[in-house]
Design a binder for this molecule. Structure first.
Ligand SMILES: [Zn+2]
Length: 78
């Protein structure tokens, strides 16, 4: 099973992949409308926004948590 290199989400069905393309290494949540992968900044924004909405974190804490999570994913490793 593949997991998204940018957010770690398991991709089990073609619909989970960017543009439904199973050769892509990232999921539909990490793709821009044109199918390219979001940048680090874009993903950090969307992930921290997600944490604010779902975990009730304030923005600063959410950005820290998002940065932590992303540091463990292959797409963002230095
Ligand atoms: Zn993803």
């Amino acid at each position: 099973m593949k997991t998204c290199i940018a957010c770690g989400m398991p991709m089990t069905e073609p619909a989970d992949f960017a543009m439904g393309d199973i050769t892509k290494a990232y999921c539909r949540h990490c793709a821009r409308p044109d199918g390219t992968m979001q940048s680090y900044g874009e993903k950090l924004d969307s992930l921290s926004g997600f944490l604010v909405r779902t975990q009730g974190l304030d923005t600063g804490a959410a950005v820290d948590a998002a940065r932590d999570m992303m540091a463990r994913l292959p797409a963002w490793k230095a």
